[in-house]
Structure formats: structure tokens, C-alpha cells
Design a protein around this ligand. Structure first.
Ligand code: APR
Length: 308
């Protein structure tokens, strides 16, 4: 049977993710939103492109959670995006209320799904969705590191004048201002950027990566990024649906790895049909550990604010 992906939140990120999945043509997509007509209209628009893409996907828009039943993958993009001057953390209370409801409604209808959380502040929302859903922790993952790494790759490729596809990057930690881009684990065709670029240049590329989301918010003025977030989400969805065992940085539950326990935060994981099947522990040095610990404390502070 064809795999089913339900996307909750038919806004910019949700609809763009639906579009990318339909273009791939291999899965059926359900697009859910509380706004009446919006998911139906966007889904119909995407469905009408499928013949042109030679896609076999079905795309259904809905305001009923029952249509999401028996999904293989659930995507949570419902909530509010940032406005200029806001940090991701400023969204905490409003989005927590949304994610609480969404996780409860979807998890009971798709008890075997893998849940991918996109709504910000993402690491905390992943923790909340896991708690509310009652899912085993490996079946809840957050989308942040894939996007942050893609931003880092973009900036490195334009600095060096090489194809972005020949740059691999790793960004760990929370999907917030304290994220931890790791230059020693960031390479151009296998060569670490620390061997290619001067330290000051790497520092400025790291700062631009940390501010990557805010840079787009300040340009758009009315919302936050969605093309790259949707592409990053899609990469994770495919890793799960096709059991690809991709090594991707995702927010995953730490159970002693990297010296942390009981928290969701960005680390490299093996992503397959069972979700974050394994956390990969890298041999990070003292400075990297300090950055990771700082980021972890920022996530922990938000988790404590919500009393999850
Ligand atoms: N249930 C379902 N959908 C909801 C709910 C809810 N309780 N509350 C809001 N929504 C829907 C809105 O109706 C809207 O269509 O979520 C959608 C959000 O879409 P946008 O406002 O376009 O936001 P978007 O840019 O897609 O970002 C969504 O992803 O990247 C993060 O920071 C971003 O937290 C934000 C989320």
C-alpha cells in the first residue's frame, strides 16, 4: 500500500512540504489545518499539478483529524511563525498550546507513526509532542539541524565558489541562537573547512548560520522561511518512509549521550523507519562540548518554563 504522510498546518512550511512530496510522486499526502477552506484549496491546487509532474500522489486537504488516521509519518508545522525582532523562543506559549492539541489528536489516530516536529521553538515542541503523544522517544524527531546545516553549506559554497552539493556540514545543539555549527565536521569533498578557510572567515559564516532564520524574517517582514525548511523536512520524511538510515542532525531524545538525559536537542542520528534509531556520538573537543552544553541549557530553560 502507498505510504501516507499527514501534514498538520497548511501554512507556508506545511503547504511547501506537501508540494515537494507530491512532486516526488510516491506518497499520499493529507494537509490539515483549522482554517476552513485553506487546506482544501491548497491541496486541490497541488493535486492539479500532479498530472504535469507525472506524479501518482493523492493530495487531500481537510479540517477533520479523522482524515489523518493511519499515517506513516506525521508532520507538525501548525502554529505561529516569527515576526521581525522575535526570537524562536518568543513563540513558546502560543505554539505550545497548538502543539499540545495537535499531538494529542494525531497520535491517537496514527499510533504507529513517526512524528516530525517543525513548529518553533522546535526542540521544546518536540519534547512536548513526545510527552503528549506517549510515543516511544525514538519515534519523535525535530527538524532543525538539517536546515541549519543546509544554511551553513550554502554560505560555505558561495564563499568558496563550489557546488553546494559538494559541501557537507554539521550543526548540533538546539535550533536557536545557541546552535553549534561544527567546522571540524564540515567538509568540502572530505576536506575539513578548517584546512581551507581562515578562522575569522569561518567565524563569520557560523554567525550568519546562527542568524540564518532571522535574516530571512527581517527580509520578508511578514513571516519566516519556508522553502528550505520544507526541503529539510522532506529529506527527513524520505529517510523514514524508505528506511534510508540517513545520518542527519535532528532533535532527538538524549538518554545519556553527550552527557545529557531526558531532553530533545539536535544531534546526529541514524534516521530510518523507526525514527531516530540511533544517536551518533562524535568525539567533540572541549570547545565544542562547551558550546553544546550552553545550547542544551537554553533548551532546558524553555522546557522548564513549560513544566513539561
Ligand atoms: N491546528 C492546526 N493548524 C493550526 C493551528 C491548530 N491549532 N493553529 C494554527 N494553525 C495553522 C494556521 O492556520 C496556519 O495555516 O498553522 C499554519 C501556520 O502557517 P504559517 O502561519 O504560514 O506559518 P509557517 O511559516 O508555515 O510556520 C509554521 O513552522 O518553521 C516553523 O517557526 C515556524 O512555528 C512556525 C511553524
Amino acid at each position: 500500500m502507498r505510504k501516507k504522510v499527514s501534514i498538520i498546518g497548511a501554512g507556508h512550511v506545511g503547504a511547501s512540504t506537501a508540494q515537494l512530496l507530491a512532486y516526488e510522486g510516491t506518497v499520499n499526502v493529507v494537509l490539515f489545518d483549522i482554517a476552513e477552506g485553506v487546506p482544501q484549496g491548497k491541496a486541490l491546487d497541488i493535486a492539479e499539478a500532479c498530472p504535469l509532474w507525472r506524479s501518482s500522489s493523492s493530495v487531500k486537504g481537510t479540517n477533520s483529524y479523522d482524515d489523518t488516521a493511519h499515517s506513516d509519518v506525521l508532520i507538525i508545522t501548525a502554529g505561529f511563525p516569527r515576526k521581525p525582532g522575535m526570537s524562536r523562543d518568543d513563540l513558546l506559549n502560543a505554539n505550545a498550546e497548538v502543539v499540545r492539541g495537535v499531538a494529542a489528536e494525531t497520535s491517537k489516530r496514527s499510533p504507529d507513526a513517526v512524528m516530525i516536529v517543525v513548529t518553533n521553538p522546535m526542540d521544546v515542541m518536540a519534547q512536548l509532542a513526545w510527552k503528549v503523544s506517549g510515543f516511544p522517544h525514538r519515534r519523535v524527531v525535530g527538524m532543525g539541524g538539517v536546515l541549519d546545516s543546509s544554511r551553513f553549506r550554502t554560505f560555505i559554497s558561495s564563499e568558496l565558489g563550489v557546488s553546494p552539493s559538494d559541501v557537507e556540514a554539521l550543526v548540533m545543539g538546539g535550533h536557536g541562537d545557541q546552535m553549534v555549527p561544527l567546522p571540524r565536521f564540515t567538509t568540502v569533498k572530505g576536506v575539513p573547512i578548517t584546512d581551507i578557510l581562515p578562522a575569522e572567515k569561518i567565524h563569520s559564516l557560523i554567525e550568519r548560520t546562527r542568524n540564518g532564520g532571522a535574516e530571512i524574517v527581517s527580509l520578508l517582514k511578514t513571516g519566516s522561511a519556508y522553502y528550505a525548511p520544507a526541503a529539510a523536512t522532506c529529506e527527513m520524511i524520505k529517510a523514514v518512509l524508505f528506511d534510508e538510515k540517513r545520518v542527519l542532525p535532528c532533535a532527538a531524545y538524549l538518554d545519556g549521550e553527550y552527557g545529557a538525559r531526558g531532553l530533545f536537542v539536535g544531534v546526529p542520528v541514524v534516521l530510518g523507519k523507526d525514527g531516530a534509531e540511533r544517536v551518533m556520538e562524535l568525539d567533540i573537543n572541549k570547545e565544542e562540548k562547551t558550546g553544546f552544553a550552553r545550547s542544551l541549557s537554553a533548551v532546558k530553560a524553555l522546557v522548564e518554563k513549560l513544566s513539561i
